[in-house]
Design a protein around this ligand. Sequence first.
Ligand code: THU
Length: 136
Amino acid sequence: MADMSELLELARRASEASYSPYSHFRVGAALLCKDGTVITGTNVENRSYGLTNCAERSAIFSAISAGINEFQAIAVYTPDSAAAVAPCGACRQVLSEFVKADFPVTFAGREQRVDSTLGELYPFDSLQDLKNGSIG
Ligand code: THU
């Protein structure tokens, strides 16, 4: 079982590296891999706003680039909101490429923490449904 509090602390530390001069909204993600390693990521913005990469995708792309593609859990933290901020739709879609519906996703701000799963955040996922034979 993943220690989500520990993973959130690693996400908090990752948020300190955020490059977010446009939104001033720092986010960190910590991705626990099946082999026990943790790969972190942060949001990287650009003056062409649409090119911004979220913390979650930064972590996932780093892991895949390092040859790791099996994951146990992800934690996402922002120090710039009291409320927990959930992963965006694009990050949910990217996560769904690599993990199943029961994958734990914890997200937190300074005063709120939500423990969820990818299936809750991203239901009716055709890729996973195709894999488990429930459609197609
Ligand atoms: N952001 C993330 O990195 N992850 C999230 O889950 C929500 C939003 C970033 C994108 C942008 O750099 C900033 O937060 C404001 O939206």
